[in-house]
Design a protein around this ligand. Structure first.
Ligand code: ZN
Length: 288
């Protein structure tokens, strides 16, 4: 407990802000209920996902959604999540692994919420091997304002606290890394999910380049998914891929959906989910 409490100045600050004693740091991640604005956010998503709309109707997401304390914004909006926990998760057999799926890092890519929502909905139809947590909209204010960035003008995918964060060129507005590592509350919300869920594999959904960009073991064979070609683009200071794969050896699949008018067939997206599940089952993290 003491070690965890003193782990970073940021974590300690968060705990103090939340009014939580260091003796019970886990409370910092307690879910605080969905908030009345969940449905408003996802109505906006439904109006913006175009051809994916049929795939994501009646997901029931907001009925099961929760907010980590770090993910609640003022006014009850916030970054909602829902999950399916495999009953075997946490048992000695540990046959179930954990996969975290997130969309809408960039607010001008609203239809990227469709993949986590579709996969969440699919949990009800299948008998999943793994535990899954879904965060369909990481950047709700960007979604509302139809901008790539956070309210603070930052690109979340350059704001992760990688060791080399300071090497980011700050002159490119499109990739503005923010005022400092994890300066954005959206980034800190993702960090809280990583800390509380401890995923074995992370899937991040972007658009519109039609690519599968995998930061993970070279031995992993990429699936054949229509309209998305495999291409390893590498990672950057402050990016999720560098933070998780390069620095922590947690594989990250970045899904770049094609432009909104070209919907990836639902069965291909399901195949992709199964691939992520199999990767989580097979991947063995090397000892540090
Ligand atoms: Zn993006």
């Amino acid at each position: 407990m003491i070690v965890k409490c003193g782990k970073t100045a940021l974590a300690t600050l968060l705990l103090l802000v939340a009014g939580v004693l260091c003796a019970a740091p886990r409370l910092a991640h307690a879910a605080v209920g969905p908030g009345g604005l969940c449905q408003a956010i996802f109505n906006e998503v439904a109006a913006s996902v175009g051809s994916y709309k049929n795939a994501i109707t009646e997901t029931g997401f907001c009925n099961e959604a929760a907010l980590l304390q770090e993910c609640a914004s003022e006014g009850g909006a916030g970054i909602h999540h829902a999950e399916y926990q495999n009953p075997e998760d946490g048992t000695k057999r540990m046959s179930a692994k954990r996969i975290l799926v997130m969309g809408v890092f960039h607010g001008d890519e609203p239809y990227t919420a469709a993949v986590p929502l579709l996969w969440f909905k699919r949990m009800k139809r299948i008998n999943p091997r793994n535990s899954w947590r879904f965060v369909p909209v990481v950047n709700p204010s960007g979604l509302r304002n139809k901008t790539r960035w956070t309210l603070g003008g930052a690109d979340i995918n350059r704001n992760f606290p990688t060791k080399d964060w300071g090497r980011i060129a700050k002159t490119i507005a499109r990739r503005n890394p923010g005022k400092g590592p994890a300066s954005e509350w959206e980034t800190r919300c993702v960090l809280a999910h990583l800390d509380s869920f401890r995923p074995d594999v992370v899937v991040a959904i972007h658009a519109p380049y039609g690519l599968l960009d995998f930061d993970g073991p070279l031995s992993a064979k990429m699936p054949f998914i229509r309209m998305m070609r495999p291409r390893r683009l590498g990672t950057f200071p402050g990016s999720l891929g560098r933070y998780l794969w390069v620095e922590r050896r947690i594989p990250v699949l970045t899904v770049e959906l094609p432009e909104p008018g070209r919907m990836v067939p639902e069965q291909d997206l399901e195949l992709l989910q199964d691939w992520a599940g199999t990767l989580a089952q097979q991947y063995r993290k090397a000892a540090p």
